[in-house]
Design a protein around this ligand. Structure first.
Ligand SMILES: C[S@@+](CC[C@H](N)C(=O)[O-])C[C@H]1O[C@@H](n2cnc3c(N)ncnc32)[C@H](O)[C@@H]1O
Length: 360
């Protein structure tokens, strides 16, 4: 799941490349390009899998949905997770029992906590080796395993030291999870949720616990394996979650053809990614078509469509305009802004991503 792109970025702890600096993409971008051999494989598959014709888009008719912006959704320090401090191109976070230091391109300010607080970290992402697995982490106190037990709001799952600096969860997404769980509970009827680009599945677990029937789609077999492990770990194995390794666009197209419909769609695409057969995902080219597809696979009484975008050269006004146009004629409200994490030390807001959501 690593790519040479990842390595280039990871080797530079202070990327400070404004539009590309948010690190999350490193996971999704070129997930099949870990080693030269794999890169060759991907190129071959590319040739076998011609890009399908792009969806023909026409502007949707009808009144634009109401709007609410800017909406800044904040995750505050809590018992499961806290951004302890940030600065000098890095962040210090508490994930359950572990204190972790990782690069953070947005943290262009100075650290607020003294050096010894940072030195007491359990794990530091160094990115200084090309080895697979957890070789790119340094464990100053004692060697740690690849995974460790974590909780989100009572849901058990595994934190994970990945070679591309992520830890198996994006805590800022908790704002969306809570909102979605509230919609599912308030609906008081069976709710179907589609989670595209679902990664390790926290959103799917939250939706399932809230009572929804969930379809989780990700291009990475490894990520789906991690998500299934999390389902076991959470004690939610009996909940209805379909785990699907598939290209997100292809899956949504198939659901449209088959007439399968959803009440809530989450999509959290990377700036650049690949489907299991080498299908290329490029956010700026493919997002309008996928947003339109998401609209057409909604039930007659849908609840919400939630989009998050990381690492793109755009303002939330851009995704807001796209979502409002896409949901014209459907009523409801489009709310857009940023997901932020509030720092415990000096209270600064660390911006992680843009989002836009249509809520019925
Ligand atoms: C940034 S993660 C999403 C994180 C997740 N929503 C969460 O909050 O935990 C992006 C995911 O997109 C997947 N991905 C990349 N390209 C894809 C594609 N073409 N189709 C489906 N999934 C893709 C990656 O494997 C990765 O798991």
């Amino acid at each position: 799941m690593k790519s040479f792109r990842d390595k280039r970025r990871d080797n530079r702890p202070q990327p400070a490349r404004s539009e590309q600096a948010r690190p999350r993409d490193a996971f999704a971008a070129g997930r099949q390009q870990a080693a030269p051999a794999k890169r060759r494989e991907t190129k071959q598959t590319d040739r076998q899998e011609p890009k399908p014709a792009r969806r023909v888009l026409a502007r949707r008719e009808g009144l634009l949905p109401a709007e609410r912006l800017p909406l800044i959704l904040e995750v505050a320090p809590n018992a499961d997770y806290a951004l302890l401090d940030s600065g000098a191109g890095e962040k210090l976070e508490q994930y359950g029992p572990y204190r972790i230091v990782r690069p953070e391109g947005q943290a262009i300010w100075q650290r607020a906590l003294p050096a010894q607080e940072w030195e007491h970290a359990d794990a530091i992402f160094t990115g200084d080796t090309d080895e697979e697995g957890i070789g790119r982490w340094r464990f100053p106190k004692a060697p740690l395993g690849e995974t460790w037990p974590m909780k989100h709001d009572g849901i058990d799952y595994l934190g994970r030291f990945t070679s591309f600096r992520h830890v198996g969860v994006f805590p800022e997404q908790a704002s969306h999870w809570d909102h979605m769980a509230g919609l599912i509970a308030a609906a008081k009827r069976p709710v179907k949720v589609l989670n595209l680009f679902g990664y390790t599945g926290l959103a799917s677990l939250v939706a399932a616990r809230a009572g929804a029937e969930v379809t989780h789609v990700d291009a990475s077999k490894k990520a789906i394996g991690w998500a299934r492990e999390n389902q076991e770990m959470a004690g939610l194995a009996d909940k209805p979650i379909r785990w699907i390794v598939e290209d997100a666009v292809k899956f949504a197209e198939r659901e449209e053809r088959r007439g399968s419909r959803y009440d809530i769609v989450l999509f959290d695409p990377p700036a650049y990614g690949r489907g299991p057969k080498g299908e290329v995902w490029q956010l700026f080219e493919d997002l309008p078509g996928l947003a339109d597809l998401c609209r057409s696979i909604l039930t007659p009484k849908p609840l919400a469509v939630i989009l998050t975008a990381y690492s793109i050269r755009a303002s939330f006004f851009a995704v807001h305009a796209l979502m409002r146009d896409t949901f014209a004629g459907m009523g409801g409200t489009v709310e857009s802004g940023e997901l932020i994490i509030r720092e415990k030390s000096a209270g600064r807001a660390l911006s992680t991503s843009l989002f836009s959501r249509w809520v019925a």
